[in-house]
Ligand binder design. Structure first.
Ligand code: ATP
Length: 422
């Protein structure tokens, strides 16, 4: 066994401005240790002689500005060193943002708001992580927002959210999202309920504005916004709406000249639009892998990245909660009450009578305390999965990160399902 472990260990000597890229095999793990020099992963510095573990399917790049020696152990699908990276362009972008932050700090105004856009698999999330980390390393506290409902980096897939970042991302676990602000959307594509999506993006932006007004430091640090890779048709409209909602100053377009030109033509001149190259290391993901990664994200919420959390399972009486979904099927305008548009039904709260159809659905626990609240625009506290419905006893069983009782009793149903099979 020891021999095998030895065989699997590889050493890489990285020269200046190069990176080691690797992908951890499915159902395997890998470990990296920096034994000399200095290196960073998506903007977070590695500590020397510390072992970092990566779970199945992780796609990692360790970059070095000055050279380092790395020891890689475990099962990796590919592991190679590349000297072709866009890191210099990215760090220059960061430097330009930093100038805007310094100016904002001096003038007590708002720091840069950056929207990161581009097609799927160009490294949008990674660039957001990098820019956020670099800002934090200089003592800033930017807001990182994510409006990519397919991944749901702040909450679960089917949500959008934001958090104030005060520490660099953990190498293994990413940003600590202990208190993110999360809104329930319920679907995995913005197209499923376009109206609701845009409304929630606007709401998120409003709350971020309030947060910025409360702290001079957060305000001058700015906002970094990650978007979905949906850039055509309504997806493009959604990006423009988001740019307006967040009043962005800068748009970083990754790897698509067409989108860059389109935005340049459509947005006002004060929005600075920059075209950035993608990294050759970003790996393309098939639809199947995306679905898998959504599933892992939900599993991780309940069980932890390394199976280190222990969720609870308990029964909830139908009578003890109120369940809603957002958006009624649209009716032709002629069937609606006078004055109501069919769009309005998309953002309407619809009460649900508990039924077998709830099984396996993800539920968001709303922070709203009464039904008189504007539940659609209220943030959520956490998530449950329905693992059983007993119509005879009028109870359903939930998987929950915390023991009973539920923190609140207004629940919102997602389209998204999760099967709790290991
Ligand atoms: P999506 O379209 O799903 O939103 P995206 O454009 O945000 O994707 P990322 O999630 O940033 O892309 O990157 C895709 C994958 O590639 C991630 O698993 C990330 O860890 C990996 N990755 C990013 N940069 C590199 C790199 N330089 N080398 C190796 N892997 C990388």
């Amino acid at each position: 066994c020891l021999k095998m472990a030895e065989e699997e260990s590889q050493e890489f000597k990285l020269k200046v401005n190069s990176e080691l890229r690797f992908e951890v095999e499915h159902k395997a793990s890998a470990e990296i240790e920096m034994i000399e020099g200095s290196g960073e992963m998506f903007g977070t510095e590695l500590a020397k002689n510390k072992k970092y573990a990566f779970v199945s399917g992780s796609k990692v790049a360790i970059y070095t500005w000055h050279g380092c020696v790395l020891k890689l152990k475990g099962k990796t699908e590919v592991a190679y060193v590349s000297t072709e990276t866009p890191m210099t362009v990215y760090v220059n972008t960061h430097a330009a943002l930093e100038q805007m932050r310094s100016k904002a700090e001096e003038d007590s105004t708002r720091g840069p708001r950056i929207l990161v856009v581009g097609p799927t698999d160009v490294g949008k999330s990674t660039l957001c992580r990098l820019l956020t980390n670099y800002a934090v390393r200089l003592g800033r506290s930017p807001v990182l927002a994510d409006i990519d409902v397919g991944q749901g980096n702040m909450g679960l897939p089917g949500t959008i959210g934001a958090l104030v970042v005060e520490r660099t991302a953990d190498i293994e676990e990413g940003f600590l999202n202990t208190a993110p602000l999360v809104f329930h959307y319920g679907h995995k594509s913005p197209n499923d309920n376009f109206q609701l999506y845009n409304m929630l993006v606007l709401r998120l932006a409003e709350i971020i504005n309030v947060r910025c007004e409360q702290s001079k430091k957060v305000n001058s640090s700015g906002v970094i916004i990650n978007t979905a890779g949906w850039i055509r048709g309504a997806g493009y409209e959604a990006l423009k709406q988001a740019a307006g909602a967040f009043e962005v100053d800068v748009i970083c377009v990754l790897d698509q000249e067409r989108l860059y030109n389109q935005l340049k033509g459509d947005l006002p001149d004060f929005v600075k639009i920059v075209l950035l190259p993608k990294s050759g290391g970003v790996v393309e993901r098939s639809q199947a892998i995306r679905a898998d990664s959504r599933d892992s994200r939900i599993r991780e919420y309940f069980y932890g990245l390394k199976n280190n959390l222990f969720p609870h399972t308990f029964d909830v009486k139908f009578n003890d909660v109120k369940i809603f979904k957002i958006g009624a099927p649209s009716l032709p305008e002629s069937c609606l009450p006078l004055g109501m548009k069919s769009q309005d039904s998309q953002t309407k709260l619809v009460p649900l009578v508990p039924a077998m159809s709830l099984l396996h659905h993800v539920l968001s626990v709303s922070a709203a305390t009464t039904v008189d609240h504007d539940i659609v625009e209220t943030n959520v506290l956490g998530f449950l999965v329905v693992t059983n419905v007993d119509m005879d006893k009028s109870v359903f069983t939930v998987l929950s990160p915390s023991p009973r009782p539920l923190p609140q009793t207004i629940l919102l149903v997602m389209d998204i399902q999760f099967m709790d099979i290991k």
